[in-house]
Design a binder for this molecule. Structure first.
Ligand SMILES: Cc1cc2nc3c(=O)[nH]c(=O)nc-3n(C[C@H](O)[C@H](O)[C@H](O)COP(=O)(O)O)c2cc1C
Length: 204
């Protein structure tokens, strides 16, 4: 069992990895990572997370075209510069092509305790926790991962490209692979800027 200091170090050394070598990731390793992801807490223990795993080139290409097609349309509707649009789309296509594994994380919107807006938010929160756990499990396997928000902007397109059930609501996707870069830690805000301790009232 690692010491608590080793565990803190492990948790603090996860980085977003954006460049991978082309080595495939064994299916057993992907399953190990996803099993760990499912140990995230979830509201009412509903476990609303669903995972679409994409490793073959044809499906990855279909997904990439679907997501970047929506990206292009959105940028055009915001009157973005055509050169900027093409650059962003080309970079996105390259990044997806280079990722040995793409995992689309979805929330099953029917897997709720009761149908209220608050419970829907809790479903999204629970799903996101599985996403973090997935990234940490990849880190434990010596893999790199990157949280990608694009499917959130292209939920219909993502579902159609992967032929996902209607109730699967894409939330994010993860590029996973063996790292081909050394990443420096990104600075964190000083803790004192993010924390507020309770004060004992002088009147009490
Ligand atoms: C909700 C969410 C959405 C993100 N979307 C993207 C994304 O679309 N593309 C990307 O390259 N990184 C994305 N990231 C990764 C962040 O940029 C990264 O976590 C942050 O810069 C801190 O770096 P670190 O993960 O190395 O600590 C996202 C992270 C989160 C939590």
């Amino acid at each position: 069992m690692p010491t608590k200091q080793e565990l803190h170090t492990f948790l603090r050394t996860r980085r977003s990895v954006r460049h991978f070598n082309p080595d495939p990731v064994p299916e057993s390793v992907i399953e190990e990572i996803l099993t760990t992801a499912t140990f995230a807490p979830s509201a009412h223990n509903r476990q609303p997370w669903r995972f679409a795993v994409v490793t073959d080139t044809a499906t990855k290409t279909r997904l990439a075209k679907a997501v970047t097609g929506k990206m292009r349309a959105d940028m055009q509707s915001q009157s973005a510069d055509e050169a900027d649009i093409e650059k962003r789309v080309a970079t996105s296509l390259r990044r997806m092509d280079e990722a040995p594994v793409v995992i689309v994380l979805c929330r099953d919107k029917t897997d709720v305790h009761v149908d209220t807006p608050e419970e829907a938010v809790m479903g999204v929160q629970s799903t996101a926790l599985a996403g973090l756990q997935l990234l940490l499990a990849a880190h434990a396997e010596g893999l790199g991962g990157n949280w990608i928000c694009w499917p959130l902007y292209a939920q219909e397109e993502t579902r159609a490209a992967l032929d996902l059930p209607e109730s699967w609501e894409p939330q994010a996707m993860y590029f996973i692979g063996y790292p081909d870069e050394t990443i420096k830690s990104k600075a964190r805000k000083p803790l004192k800027e993010t924390i507020r301790w309770s004060q004992t009232s002088p009147d009490v």
